[in-house]
Ligand binder design. Structure first.
Ligand code: MLT
Length: 270
């Protein structure tokens, strides 16, 4: 029976392997596997990127340091400079890292330079990856669907990489990995044990997601600093269909037509 099943299983029926890296420094493993990488920083960097693009920003340029951000702003005075250190907007920046600041009025048609403590650093670590997407609760379903389409077409795996906080594990990023995993059709994917754990945790938390996220240290910190509404907003599940995609150092919305072309381009043929 087993042999027959194997013989009858065409290439197209192979399941996509989904892995999870629980700290940003292990991004290198996902890059080595040549997986589709989903960088997750639910509070707040990736939620900010998703919201900015959903509200019409042309692109978000993630940079590691405040100095780099300031240099880029000097070169392009029309760009919006945004980000945080210790959760707060650095001196002279146009916007902080609160997704609620990234309204249509503030970002429509603009390029955004973004530097954050952990999120943009994690994204920088992924720059050698061919397929890098940005995930949050806000776009969990859309990102699961897009990543699976790319992975199936390219015959590669998917890695959920948690940005965490200063290279420490973060509760909300783990739950977000589970939220994304929930949207994969079960017949198409094979989940690693870490992804199964994230999925089970998310299912348990789903009914009181915000309250569960609030038990994490970063949510507590943000609330202490007066960002309770950010924690609430970032806990919204799949309210945007945006698929942020890292291309040549800038994050842009990945339209279906674009990624089909990218999948077909010779660069992506093995
Ligand atoms: C980060 O990238 O470290 C976070 O987005 C921090 C924050 O909540 O501002």
């Amino acid at each position: 029976m087993v042999i027959l099943k194997k013989l009858n299983t065409g290439d197209a029926d192979l399941k996509t392997l989904v892995s999870l890296e629980s700290v940003a420094k292990d991004m290198v493993k996902a890059v080595k596997r040549r997986d589709v990488i989903i960088v997750i920083d639910a509070l707040r960097c990736c939620s900010t990127i998703v919201t900015a693009l959903a509200n019409g920003a042309n692109s978000v340029i993630p940079v590691k340091t405040i100095l780099e951000a300031r240099r880029l702003k000097k070169k392009h005075p029309d760009y919006v400079i945004a980000g945080e250190r210790k959760g707060l907007k650095p001196k002279g920046f146009d916007l902080g890292n609160s997704p609620l600041e990234f309204s249509t009025r503030n970002v429509d048609g603009k390029e955004i330079i973004l530097t954050t403590t952990s999120g943009t650093k994690a994204i920088s670590l992924s720059k050698k990856g061919k397929w890098v997407l940005i995930g949050a609760f806000l776009n969990a379903k859309a990102i699961a669907e897009a990543s699976l389409k790319i992975a199936e077409r390219e015959k590669i795996g998917i890695s959920l990489v948690l940005a965490g906080k200063e290279d420490q594990f973060s509760l909300e990023d783990f739950l977000c990995a589970g939220a994304i995993a929930e949207s994969f059709p079960t017949g198409n994917v094979e989940l690693s044990d870490a992804v199964v754990a994230a999925l089970l945790s998310f299912k348990k938390a789903r009914g009181s997601l915000k309250e569960t996220i609030q038990q994490g240290s970063h949510a507590k910190y943000l609330e202490e600093k007066g960002f309770e509404s950010d924690v609430e907003f970032c806990s919204n599940l799949s309210i945007f269909n945006i698929i942020p995609f890292l291309k040549e150092g800038a994050i842009i919305p990945l339209e279906t037509s674009i990624w089909l072309t990218l999948c077909d381009s010779p660069r992506n043929r093995k």
